[in-house]
Design a binder for this molecule. Structure first.
Ligand SMILES: [Mg+2]
Length: 450
């Protein structure tokens, strides 16, 4: 992005480190969470399936079930022919001669899977500042701030956490771009971790069958094979003009991806809830080094917010102490602002607490974004809003917070325009992303953000 070109943490595309995280047989893994006795057994999760019935289609088959030829999207009826249902009601039947040749069928329970996915995603958002959630069980992480050595460690750590804290297994691919990372996460499934550094991309991709390239369905794969193109390596050596003639725009993309070229930045989906910038540094406790970095990160974030016409109500910092100790602090304003100096001042003020701390990564974030007010906002309007907030219901609600809720320790009015602030340490038990602060959740407009 051009506006970030001269700032720290704004890597050229060739310096990117991208992780693709993909949960293994996620629905089946979730079923095993609540029925541990299904561990090691063939498990089929059916969409539109009712227990005991033969309707519906296979949403997920565990690896054990796949060995019987059960595949995703297969009608349940057909799956049952390959893998009969275990007679669960009759315990005797488990010992029947054919019990090894049968499996467990469960209907999709999206609510439970979403809950489990939320736990996984909380861990992903702690591991990386920028996360693109692709589906319930899949996400890209921008690990560029970690560098290549740090990225492997970070991914090992997050896989461990997902296994220990949630109880499911993630396969991860790390590569210089999204398309290669996705192929890498699939490469050693299940329970795989594949790191493809920039100088190894061509070698890694060369033997990959064309079917595994993004956007290649059975028809395209057949056409390619008819041309003698079997692998990504073959695509990379094919004539791009001919590929384009045959497949249009997609042909060009296929050629680029097969050569490990993919310039897409990892971007969160939809309208961002927050904007942030972070950067790793050689672990240091030097206050000036830390302050310098926070100043540039603050400049980066406020410029990006301005470029997106986003006002913000909350300014925060993230401080990572070696190895993975993530601390966040944030302050909420009474009205939305677009004010670089304020971002810097608040971020530096929040950093004071970490003056003596050894840190290896710093981040600055603005959140509680407001895209609607951008045009009409003036100093007057938010100044006014701030004044109004002092004696108005939302403020008194804050004061009346129930005693078991943690009250901001530093709540006070600031001199400029009347903004209230408080510090909050969200630790690991809070919302994954660090934009929900204890000091602000009782304000109704913040509660809606969750
Ligand atoms: Mg998956």
């Amino acid at each position: 992005m051009p506006e970030r070109a001269e700032l720290p943490g704004a890597p050229e595309p060739e310096d990117r480190v991208v992780a693709h995280v993909d949960m293994d047989c996620f629905y089946a893994a979730c079923e095993r969470l609540r029925e541990p006795e299904l561990e090691g057994e063939p498990v089929v999760v059916g969409m539109g399936y009712e227990p005991g019935d033969t309707i519906g289609a296979v949403a997920t088959a565990s690896y054990e079930a796949r060995e019987f030829g059960v595949e995703s999207a297969m009608p349940i009826e057909q799956a049952l022919e390959r893998l009969p249902r275990r007679a669960e009601a009759d315990p005797e039947a488990e010992d029947a001669p054919d019990s090894d040749e049968s499996g467990f069928y469960r209907p999709v329970d999206m609510t439970f899977y979403e809950e489990t996915a939320a736990e996984v995603k909380a861990i992903l958002h702690e591991a990386a500042e920028t996360v693109r959630e692709v589906s319930i069980d899949e996400a890209y992480l921008d690990l560029t701030p970690e560098g290549w050595d740090g990225a492997r460690e970070a991914v090992e750590h997050l896989r461990e956490r997902i296994r220990e804290e949630v109880g499911v297994v993630a396969s991860v691919g790390v590569a210089p771009n999204m398309s290669t990372a996705k192929i890498a996460s699939d490469h050693d499934k299940p329970d795989g971790l594949v790191v493809v550094r920039p100088d190894a991309v061509s070698e890694f991709l060369a033997p990959i069958p064309v079917d595994d390239l993004h956007g290649v369905g059975p028809v395209t794969a057949r056409t390619l094979r008819e041309r003698g193109i079997e692998t990504a390596g073959d695509v990379a050596e094919a004539d791009p003009v001919e590929l384009e003639r045959e497949f249009g725009e997609r042909g060009r993309e296929l050629y680029d991806r097969a050569r490990g070229r993919d310039d897409r930045a990892v971007e969160p989906r939809g309208r961002p809830k927050s904007l942030s910038s972070e950067s790793a540094l050689e672990a240091t406790d030097d206050p000036e080094t830390k302050r310098d970095l926070v100043r540039s990160l603050a400049a980066d974030v406020s410029e990006r917010a301005r470029a997106k016409d986003a006002l913000y109500r909350t300014i925060g910092i993230k401080v990572v102490q070696p190895p993975f100790d993530v601390n966040t602090r944030a302050r909420s304003l009474s009205g939305p602002v677009d004010d670089h100096d304020l971002v810097e001042a608040v971020a530096l003020d929040l950093l004071d607490e970490f003056d003596d701390a050894e840190v290896r990564k710093l981040g600055v974030r603005v959140s509680n974004l407001d895209f609607t007010a951008a045009e009409q906002a003036t100093i007057d309007s938010w100044d006014g809003a701030g004044t109004a907030a002092r004696g108005q219901p939302d403020q008194s609600e804050a004061a009346d917070a129930s005693p078991d809720e943690e009250v901001p320790t530093e709540a006070e009015q600031a001199t400029i325009g009347g903004w209230e602030h408080g510090t909050a340490d969200d630790g690991a038990e809070e919302d994954s992303a660090w934009h929900v602060r204890r000091g602000q959740t009782r304000l109704p407009e913040f509660a809606e953000e969750e």
